[in-house]
Design a protein around this ligand. Sequence first.
Ligand code: DGY
Length: 312
Amino acid sequence: MARVFVTRALPGPGLDRLRAEHETDVWPERLPPPREELVEHTAGAEGLISLLTDVVDADLIAAAPRLRAISNYAVGTDNVDIIAATARGIPVGHTPDVLTDATADLAFALLLAAARRLPVAARAVIAGDWLTWEPARHLGQSVHGATLGIVGLGRIGRAVAARAHGFAMEVLSTPTATTPGLPLAALLERSDFVSLHCPLTPVTRHLINAEALSRMRPTAILINTARGAIVDQAALRTALEQGTIAGAALDVTNPEPITPDDPLLSAPNLLITPHIGSATTAAREQMTELAVENLLAGLAGRPMPHQANAPA
Ligand code: DGY
């Protein structure tokens, strides 16, 4: 029986399997463990289930001499220092596939909501500002037949493309290791909607900067359900204020949560949701199952079903 720290209560019955096999310490609060609590609870643990809100860096790993398996409750692993974990021979699990459709649905929901200005129209009704049927009010953009540029044609990017085909959209994408595609600049210039689905890496940090935004059409809408830091938010604010692009719909920001006084929030034509891409009951419960399976495998010395670093 190993000691395991889980940094938050997780939906579904998945954690019961972990409790049945291991001494399981679950952080009970709604907010993530503060750094000192994370360090203290991880210090004696052999297994860790972390969330994207936990910074699992080289210091945390070094302060946990018995740690031998990390399982991240997310497909993205940018919160984990994979190099430090790998150097210690610690497998790092993640949760792809089970959240692909939920996240693609949300990306498309944001695209539709921004294109058809749903937040503005809904607020007008609440404000008592629905006076009559108006021919030239609340006009949005056509989605059917428009061009969608997908940056990062991985699992989620492909699922978004499948949805776009149902709307008769032309789908462009940046190249992957196995599929050809357009250079980013050309994709930005040709797209009515640009949806980001690449992981956050040193290469993709601020990929959408002032120069990239200047290549987009003044009628274009940016959608980000990947990671906030892929977009330079100061540049985005300027682009929205100056009308360089028509709008943005973000499920992710940098930092998260975005603070109420963040200047970005005053930009026009901006819709922000609180990182809910995978937030369906089914997806989150399956993420729990997968995170537990990964951890159980790692603790048993077996390859994890979904391991983000190469097996030792
Ligand atoms: C992930 O899994 O990386 C999402 O951002 C949250 O589900």
